[in-house]
Design a protein around this ligand. Structure first.
Ligand code: VGL
Ligand code: ZN
Length: 209
């Protein structure tokens, strides 16, 4: 049994003060730190949203668009975001209170300006893999707990892809270690994950086990 913790996009951009802030996004940091410190995981990996300044998911790249509009990217529906997590800017850095010393592997994503990559495993159009699935396979991971930002986007799509791309691995969603953009979207995301076989757990349960 090899247990891994996957920390999704715990970056300044998704925390209060960032460019795409998730309400209470910074509250997931102490949860992540406690889980990493607990010794319950054999492996900790993290994803990092890492966009070029001209990324096509940014409203700024679409004439007349406003952030959070529903637009199009490469012919597919795309929520148009405020510019966020631009490579090599403070917005893209991990939250300063996140203890990164235990993170063995960082998966950057969202580098192709023509497609968004909510999942840490592959682009939204499923054409390009990031390499994270191969890495986890190589490490022999059998159980994967997923948490971070944002529940209704990158956390959800990462958990669903883990189920899809790593057959046989047990995937769980850590609810108190995650925060979402839209409350309705969070509810729907948890239902969707549940339907796919992703169990919801709390860090308290994990730390007590
Ligand atoms: C995310 C929107 C755009 C996320 C990333 O990390 O959930 N959401 N880019
Ligand atoms: Zn993004």
């Amino acid at each position: 049994m090899t247990k891994a913790l996957l920390l999704i996009d715990i970056q300044n951009g998704f925390c209060p003060g960032g460019n795409l802030p998730v309400e209470d996004g910074d509250k997931v940091v102490p949860v992540a730190n406690a889980l990493m410190k607990s010794g319950r995981y054999d492996l900790v990996v993290a994803s990092q949203d890492w966009h070029p300044a001209n990324h096509g998911s940014f409203a700024s790249q679409h004439a007349g668009a406003t952030p959070f509009d529903l637009g199009e990217l490469s012919g597919k529906p795309q929520v148009l975001w405020p510019d966020h997590c631009v490579q090599n800017t403070p917005d893209a850095e991990f939250h300063p209170a996140l203890d990164i010393s235990a993170i063995a592997y960082v998966q950057k994503k969202g580098e192709n300006p023509a497609v968004d990559s909510y999942s840490a495993f592959r682009d939204n159009d499923h054409s390009a893999l990031t390499g994270l699935a191969d890495y986890l396979r190589r490490k022999g991971v059998t159980e994967l707990d997923v948490m971070g930002l944002a529940t209704d986007y990158c956390v959800k799509f990462s958990a669903l892809d883990a189920v899809d791309m790593l057959p046989g691995i047990k995937v769980r969603f850590i609810e108190d270690g995650s925060r979402g953009i839209d409350p309705q979207g969070v509810k729907a995301a948890i239902d969707e994950m549940k339907s796919a076989g992703v169990a919801t757990v709390s860090s308290r349960d994990i730390l007590a086990a």
